[in-house]
Design a protein around this ligand. Sequence first.
Ligand SMILES: C[S@@+](CC[C@H](N)C(=O)[O-])C[C@H]1O[C@@H](n2cnc3c(N)ncnc32)[C@H](O)[C@@H]1O
Length: 180
Amino acid sequence: MEMKSFSKYRKRALSLVKGKVLEIGVGTGKNLPYYPEDVEVIGIDFSQEMLKKAEERRKKLGLDNVTLLHMDAQSLEFEDDTFDTIVSTFVFCTVPDLIKGLKETYRVLKPGGRAVFLEHMKSESRLLNVPLYLMEPFTRTLLGTSMLRETQKNIEKAGFKIERVENLFYDIVRLIVATK
Ligand SMILES: C[S@@+](CC[C@H](N)C(=O)[O-])C[C@H]1O[C@@H](n2cnc3c(N)ncnc32)[C@H](O)[C@@H]1O
């Protein structure tokens, strides 16, 4: 399901990172090819299976600046204010406790640091939400993901200041840049 436009969105998101970067829910490492060379990346995921695939991709790409760790986004094993940039792409639709995960993300970001969220979420349009409501039982059961989370609102609730929002596919897929 990795459409061409998704790689375009990934490139766009990853062009905004710098310094010491934490990628939450790195999955199979689909973002790895898009990181700039001069950043240090820690990618975490709570699925060992996903991490195994990400590690294969990391090796194939010869990336020495990327470390992959088994960790739960809801209880990150890092000190407060550790990272210059935090990235999540299509993750907070699946993190079981969205608020807990976002609060942890906020905690480990340095003051003045940047969080880059590329996420799908519930639309502001009732009409656009109709297909999302129809898809919800299937995505929840088969993929463990929700189409109807109010991720942007929850990013704000977790304490982040939203710097800008780009609607990439209507307002269902959004690139949200936020600071601490
Ligand atoms: C839909 S995949 C997206 C993977 C990747 N970010 C991408 O863009 O291709 C969601 C990923 O988030 C991970 N994930 C979900 N909840 C998590 C949690 N609480 N802690 C760490 N990883 C989590 C899943 O294991 C999965 O790899």
